[in-house]
Design a protein around this ligand. Structure first.
Ligand code: SIN
Length: 515
């Protein structure tokens, strides 16, 4: 097998991975491996913005308080404090690297999203904030000679000896390559593709969580999946995020009888926490026997809407919805997973030499429900911190990697992927219960054999990872017999005891039958 040695291996090229690469660049050679082209990540598609304490009316304490409140009592307060304290410097640094955030006159323009008590969300080109971050970070990494990219290479597994991670096996052009590294940082993003309705790009298949789990890493808070209330609902258009900042700027929700309903569910109405808005929408859909509600911007100034949301305006128009004149059909969709590979505040996992940052990781910064627009900030702050910590690691093994590998193939993988996504959406979605979770488990059990095999095709490796993460989410959601934040169980509506230690999973405490 071909083997390559690098100082630092980063798996994933979104905001957290690129920020970690920049931090590590002065200390050795850095290889950023990504299964698609480098810009293809959830970062690229982020619309709303990036939250930070910028305004004179805001303070670190208020941002901290809002984040803790959204997290519904389950945030790690230290992790949140670090995020909000270091966030402003990370943004200023980004501006010094060329990031162009929207301005009003000479001042940065700040918008509002759900559960924020101050206007603190920076945005770029209206609704293309993620694209701007990705542009700036990719440019910056291009200027650093020690950072190399390795696109279209999917990670199969980590190289592990005992409790140490020594890099990863990746598949590139049908060849397996052992990439040995002193430190490995997982920044692979989320797992929205596990659900048939999602705002996430096709690459979000939970790969990092699955490979970390197989290597013996601990996963935490996997039951907490955030559903975004407003994704475009149209049989002829792709699922497309309609940023919460539209509601922040005054858009309202109507049921199909064209009645506003949010005030009946929460005093913050359209700007209530996302889990509340998503459940309210489901409830209205049931009441009115419909599969969508409407987002309404018709009362807003047309020119303002077009210039503030140019990307959304253009995309919707392409599918015959003029957001300045038409009601926009919307329904919730899986958006973000609060759980992930358990790390400390430096991105360290329980495996020496393995770090994680961004959506794949769980520092506890989001608790049971992420405050809107905190995730790009998390990628910047914790990507940089993981980079700083990783440069002090030196676990390059003298042992040459062994990889016993007998490739299989999966019959009907497209059909299995569709079935999995449908089951996850219907049985483990916005409202779950013991019965639906049991049905999900039973329906997926026939595919357990896929989890234990090796594959040489990207879509088969993704399916194996999706099935792995789906089973972990189902298990964590079954073990948490209570409702908190984004995890809502119709059979246990109270929050109940703190189930966190029961829902902490690794491949020792939770095994797939038949694997
Ligand atoms: C949005 O623009 O609504 C998404 C922002 C986020 O999820 O943080």
């Amino acid at each position: 097998m071909k083997t390559e040695e690098v100082d630092f291996l980063i798996i994933g090229s979104g905001v957290a991975g690129l920020r970690a690469a920049i931090e590590l660049a002065p200390y050795g050679d850095v290889l950023v491996v990504t299964k698609d082209k480098p810009s293809e990540s959830s970062t690229e598609y982020a619309q709303g913005g990036i939250a930070a304490v910028i305004s004179d009316e805001d303070t670190v304490g208020i941002h901290l308080e809002d984040t803790l409140k959204a997290g519904d009592g389950l945030c790690n307060e230290e992790a949140v404090r670090t995020l909000v304290e270091e966030g402003t410097d990370r943004i200023m640094e980004l501006i010094s690297w060329g990031a162009e955030f929207d301005k009003e006159g000479l001042k940065l323009s700040l918008t509002l999203e759900a559960a924020h008590s101050r206007r603190r969300i920076l945005h770029a080109k209206g609704d293309s904030t993620g694209k701007e971050l990705e542009r700036v970070l990719l440019n910056k990494t291009r200027s650093l000679a020690s950072v190399r990219k390795y696109p279209f290479a999917i990670t199969m597994d980590l190289i592990v000896h005992g409790n140490e991670c020594h890099g990863a096996y990746v598949l590139k052009d049908a060849e397996v390559i052992a990439l040995r590294a002193k430190a490995t940082i997982l920044t692979t993003g989320g797992a929205g593709q596990l659900f048939s309705r999602t705002t996430n790009p096709l690459v979000a298949t939970g790969d990092g969580m699955a490979i970390a789990f197989r290597a013996g890493a601990l996963l935490e808070d996997m039951e907490f999946v955030q559903f975004h209330p407003t994704s475009l609902y149209s049989p002829t258009a792709p699922q497309f995020l309609l940023s919460e900042s539209m509601r922040g700027e005054g858009a309202v929700l109507l049921n199909i009888c064209q009645e506003r309903f949010m005030a009946a569910y929460h005093p913050m109405a359209e700007l209530a926490p996302r889990d509340v808005v998503s459940r309210a929408i489901i409830s209205e859909m049931v009441k009115t026997n419909s599969n969508h509600v409407y987002l309404d911007l018709r009362h807003m100034d047309k020119n303002f809407v077009k210039t503030r949301f140019p990307g959304i305006y253009g995309t919707c128009l392409h599918y015959d919805v003029d957001i300045t004149e038409d009601l926009i059909p919307v329904s919730p969709a899986a958006h973000y997973i609060m759980g992930g590979v358990k790390t400390d505040l430096e991105g360290r996992t329980n495996l020496t030499g393995l770090y994680a940052a961004g959506e794949v990781a769980c520092t506890g910064v989001h608790g049971a429900n992420r405050l809107a627009s905190n995730s790009l900030l998390e990628g910047l702050v914790y990507g940089a911190r993981a980079g700083t910590a990783a440069r002090h690691t030196a676990v390059l093994s003298r042992q040459s990697p062994e990889f016993t590998f007998s490739p299989s193939s999966i019959d009907g993988s497209e059909e299995i992927r569709r079935t999995l996504r449908k089951i996850m959406w219907e049985k483990t979605g916005i409202i779950r219960c013991g019965c639906s979770l049991e049905e999900a488990r039973t329906s997926l059990a026939p595919y357990d054999h896929i989890i234990g095999k090796d594959y040489l095709l990207r879509h088969e490796l993704e399916l194996k990872n999706m099935l792995t993460v789906a089973r972990i989410i189902i298990e964590a959601a079954s073990r948490r017999k209570g409702s908190v934040g984004a995890h809502y169980r119709s059979d246990f509506k109270e929050r109940g005891e703190n189930w966190r230690e029961h829902t902490l999973l690794d491949n020792g405490s939770f095994r797939f039958e038949g694997v």
